[in-house]
Design a protein. Structure first.
Length: 165
């Protein structure tokens, strides 16, 4: 029951939206829930038996596993076991990597984390980078901000001006 509750909390879905379902139905859909699909799965769980829900979840998972984004490579499954005290930290890192790199799913975000750790490179989404930089600049005083800008400008490769022809 605790794992079900944790899945719901991690998904961002408010408990009030799912508490009417009962534990057996909630157990069937908890691992799939996120803010974007919660209404759909809650409706499914509200209108179907537990057995039907399990079948629909299996079909959904099979369909998701069978689909690959265009131009992607084949996927393989790698399973990890975490202690209860590690799960929140791992999920927080994955959620942050999704924002930083504009990754669509947990596995892509985990790959970003691993590339950063193994190779020292991180893919940054422009919106995240702009927001982070703006927050940092806002925290500086006028003198520090001017010094930071000068240091960045000194390192930026100039763009060649187009020549008149």
């Amino acid at each position: 029951m605790i794992q079900i509750y944790d899945s719901v909390v991690t998904s961002g879905v408010k408990w009030a939206k799912v508490k009417h379902l009962g534990w057996t139905k909630l157990n069937a859909i908890a691992r799939l829930l996120d803010a974007s699909n919660a209404d759909q799965w809650i409706a499914v769980a509200s209108n179907h038996s537990r057995a039907e829900i399990k079948q629909l979840v299996q079909e959904h998972l099979a369909g998701s596993a069978g689909r690959k984004p265009e131009g992607s490579t084949a996927t393989r499954v790698k399973t990890f076991k975490f202690r209860d005290d590690q799960i929140k930290t791992v999920q927080a890192a994955i959620d942050t990597a999704k924002k930083i790199a504009d990754a669509e799913d947990d596995s892509a975000a985990l790959a970003v984390i691993c590339e950063d750790y193994a190779y020292g490179r991180t893919t940054l989404a422009p919106d995240w980078l702009v927001e982070t930089l703006a927050d940092y600049l806002s925290s500086l005083g006028a003198h520090e901000r001017a010094k930071f800008r000068a240091e960045v400008n000194a390192r930026v490769t100039p763009v060649a001006a187009p020549q008149a022809g």
